[in-house]
Design a protein around this ligand. Structure first.
Ligand SMILES: Nc1nc2c(c(=O)[nH]1)N[C@H]1C(S)=C(S)[C@@H](COP(=O)(O)OP(=O)(O)OC[C@H]3O[C@@H](n4cnc5c(=O)[nH]c(N)nc54)[C@H](O)[C@@H]3O)O[C@H]1N2
Ligand SMILES: Nc1nc2c(c(=O)[nH]1)N[C@H]1C(S)=C(S)[C@@H](COP(=O)(O)OP(=O)(O)OC[C@H]3O[C@@H](n4cnc5c(=O)[nH]c(N)nc54)[C@H](O)[C@@H]3O)O[C@H]1N2
Ligand code: SF4
Ligand SMILES: [Mo]
Length: 718
């Protein structure tokens, strides 16, 4: 058979949950298949570069295991026995189950559960329209951004920062707690330009020598959960050596004198003992940023996935204020641009129908919610019916044993709308097949950059595959709310209305031609030249952690989140983390794999073969002490459960620290239990979140190595 030839190039945006939101050129082949995906060269953030996993998207969209028919469970939950049913029957069944559940327990017993499998505003957020119209339980989003955003916002007061493209104009790029080579490759494009064109230094701060640290001029491999100590020492040295910008501080800081006094006892020796870095390394880093006005701090999510991670983000974001880096083009800091886009989603979300008295449930605590934990189910009924879109909680959520136990409940009805038979879909009562981004219309905002990008439908979906939008609209009809605001419109109409409301009069069709809109605010706004985004214009070194702070407050109904009382007034190191003890001598981080995106791409052959299989990285000295060799099968565990996988000896991790890169499917592990069996769902202070990289564990050699050979053969690459 001849390979189909390219007949056209379509334009789109990457829909995945990645700060880069790349603008894409998509090769369309004869017969409507797709070929290679490339980064749009004319988009000045994407700059022609995308990650390998998305370049190979043909593997995913034309995957042999893609879900193509609605499936109803016939055997026991999780037994894998299904029968095909028609779409009308599938939708009728969901509606019937929702009506029955509501009649029995009230509307809050239904929990529509979604996340960011697609970042498209229509296909992702449309489920809220149904939620609000039907007064179903709300979802408090805590799994990803909550800690990082809370920490950043606490200081600056708004989610914006130096233009992400300014990295190319920097003389020192500090990549802090983000494995950018793997998780948002475009940061490296701009950092590499700065190095090539200006001789800029790249500093990387992480807990292991990952692909990003390998590119660093200065590599700071610290102990997990100790970033705030490093930040404090950097600021201490600035005050000590006179590299602090006192004029800037007087104008832009809330209490610089208080900060300076507080930091007196937090010098490099103190920080070295906490971080495990040498005093010389800390001094050298402080000296570098002290003599480099154009120092750009690119602050990621990873270091906030610790129980003290909100404090770490706030502390790190305080550093460029003390040094005054903010004043310079190519300097300052950036975490997220989520405040700049000005797109009003209220029509898509059906905000007009929202009843503020309806409870919220914590997304990360789905295990506790579904197993009836009274604290996780504030003032209301058990959850007995769910529709899940764009997320795979049985794999990605913490406390996996509890999550699974919840999903196995006989009195819980779960419909999963998916592209693949994920760990979550496997435990559903009904699985309905979802379209992929090239098969439907949507629009995207780049959290880690500055563009709104259109992703119009480019190819036809397989015959019985439906969009999220279709499912929400059809359920609304069956549940009697189709006449409510926001319903009855096409994706295009919703996008068109939103764009026009934002002043982009050319609407959907205009954006098809323009492809993207650059929403980067001017230098003064981005660099907070007119003041930080608080009424007095001052950066908060002393944030208000009590809860008066918008917008990251948890809904009242959830009560207090995390241990507020132990939060310090000024940036500081606080031992809220899971520190090791005799029974749990290792710290485990569950970092992202380069070829996966959360649980996505763990199904594509190209990503699987490059990643190999689930492995645990351990320092050779630790392995030697344990008497373990490369490839040994081991079990790691803690109070939450146990996970069995293969050992990989690696100098990239510090002694005492273990790293597992994922997310592999649960079924890829030797015992079918995924890495999130070990992670905790206790809310991170002060406003909730999941501390995925903050786990203490024990480790033991496998007692029955004979079992493992056959397991390994069946568990691996399909
Ligand atoms: N151990 C550990 N766990 C983690 C993390 C970690 O670092 N370590 N990271 C956490 C983070 S940051 C996040 S954001 C979460 C992410 O968790 P999820 O949001 O669950 O992750 P994804 O794999 O991005 O997307 C989930 C599913 O969405 C589906 N999907 C994609 N597009 C569509 C669509 O258009 N329609 C429908 N119906 N489905 C679609 C995909 O097929 C995929 O199965 O995971 C968290 N879990
Ligand atoms: N290839 C790939 N790309 C992805 C994802 C993926 O799973 N794979 N996930 C996507 C999603 S949903 C998100 S939110 C982003 C997240 O992307 P990032 O901002 O990069 O955040 P993380 O991936 O959680 O972790 C980044 C790094 O932080 C390190 N880290 C852990 N604890 C600490 C600590 O205490 N201090 C410091 N300094 N570092 C620490 C981790 O080991 C990891 O190397 O990436 C997105 N892009
Ligand atoms: S996953 Fe991230 S880096 Fe890869 S194409 Fe999508 S937006 Fe770009
Ligand atoms: Mo995320």
């Amino acid at each position: 058979m001849n390979k189909p030839l390219p007949i056209a190039t379509g334009h789109s945006a990457c829909p995945h949950d990645c700060p880069s939101t790349c603008a894409l050129d998509v090769e369309i082949l004869e017969g409507g298949q797709i070929g290679r995906l490339r980064g749009a060269a004319e988009n000045d953030y994407t700059a022609g570069v995308i990650c390998a996993k998305v370049a190979r998207y043909a593997e995913r969209i034309h995957h042999a295991n893609r879900l193509l028919k609605p499936l109803q469970r016939v055997g026991e939950k999780g037994a894998g026995e299904w029968r095909e049913i028609g779409w009308d029957d599938a939708l009728d069944l969901i509606a019937e189950k929702f009506v029955q559940a509501e009649a029995r327990h009230g509307s809050e017993t239904v929990w529509p559960y979604q996340y960011a499998g697609t970042m498209g505003l229509v296909q992702r957020d449309g489920i809220h329209r149904l939620r609000h119209a039907k007064r179903y339980s709300g979802q408090f989003d805590t799994i990803c951004t909550n800690m990082a955003w809370t920490g950043w916002f606490a200081g600056a007061g708004a989610m914006r920062g130096s233009d992400p493209r300014e990295i190319a104009k920097s003389d020192c790029v500090v990549i802090w707690g983000t494995n950018a080579v793997a998780t948002q490759v475009n940061v490296m494009t701009h950092a590499a330009r700065a190095r090539k064109e200006r001789g800029a230094k790249i500093v990387v701060i992480d807990i292991y020598d990952n692909a990003t640290m390998k590119q660093a001029d200065m590599a700071l491999k610290l102990r997990p959960g100790t970033d705030a100590a490093l930040a404090c020492a950097l600021m201490h040295i600035a005050f000590r050596d006179g590299t602090a910008d006192r004029d800037y501080l007087a104008r832009y800081g809330d209490d610089p004198a208080g900060l300076e006094a507080h930091l007196k006892t937090r010098g490099p020796e103190w920080a070295a003992s906490i971080t495990g870095l040498s005093v010389e390394a800390i001094e050298a880093f402080a000296a570098l940023i002290g003599k480099t006005p154009k120092t750009y701090f690119r602050l990621g999510y990873g270091f906030t996935r610790q129980r003290n991670g909100v404090l770490a983000m706030h502390a790190a974001s305080s550093v460029p204020v003390v040094y005054g880096h903010w004043q310079h083009e190519g300097g300052g800091a950036f975490h997220s641009n989520s405040d700049i886009f000005g797109l009003d989603k209220s029509e898509i979300m059906g905000a007009a129908n929202r009843d503020p008295s309806i409870r919220f449930l914590d997304q990360s605590r789905i295990g506790a919610v579904l197993t009836g934990d009274a604290a996780a189910l504030p003032n209301g009924p058990p959850v007995t019916a769910m529709l899940i879109q764009n997320t795979n909680p049985v794999n990605v959520c913490p406390e996996q044993r509890l999550v699974r136990q919840g999903f196995m409940r006989d009195d819980l009805f779960v419909a999963v709308h998916e592209q693949f038979m994920t760990d979550t879909a496997k435990l559903a009562d009904l699985v309905i097949p979802a379209s992929m981004f090239l098969e439907h219309d949507d629009i995207y905002r780049g959290g880690g950059q500055n563009h709104i990008v259109l992703g119009p439908k480019l190819v036809e979906p397989p015959a019985a595959v439906r969009t999220n939008h279709f499912v929400i609209e059809e359920l609304a009809k069956r549940l009697g709310v189709a006449d409510r605001p926001g319903f009855g419109l096409t994706e295009r109409a919703l996008i068109d209305n939103m764009l026009k409301k934002a002043g982009y009069t050319a609407g959907f069709d205009g954006l098809k031609g323009d492809r993207w809109i650059d929403k980067q605010p001017d230098f003064e706004t981005a660099h907070f030249v007119r003041g930080f985004a608080w009424p007095d214009g001052k950066f908060r070194f002393k944030p208000d952690w009590t809860g008066a702070m918008a917008p990251n407050r948890p809904p009242e109904s959830l009560g207090p989140q995390g241990p507020h009382t132990r939060l310090p007034a000024f940036p500081d190191h606080v031992d809220l983390i899971e520190t090791v003890d005799e029974a749990h001598p290792y710290r485990l981080a569950t970092s992202p794999a380069r070829q996966f995106l959360n649980s996505t791409f763990a199904e594509t052959p190209g990503s699987r073969s490059r990643e190999g299989g689930p492995e645990l990285m351990i320092h050779p000295d630790d392995a030697a002490r344990e008497g373990l060799d490369e490839g040994a099968i081991i079990t790691i565990g803690n109070d939450r459960g146990e996970v069995r996988l293969k050992l990989k000896l690696s100098e990239t991790v510090r002694p005492g620290v273990l790293v597992h890169e994922g997310l592999w499917a649960n079924s890829d592990f030797l015992d079918g239990e995924g890495i999130n069996t070990l992670t905790g769902a206790d809310p991170v202070a002060p406003f909730g979140g999941a501390a995925f990289h903050d786990n203490r564990v024990w480790l033991r050699a496998d007692s029955d190595p004979s079992m493992t050979e056959s397991h390994l053969k069946t568990g691996r690459v399909e």
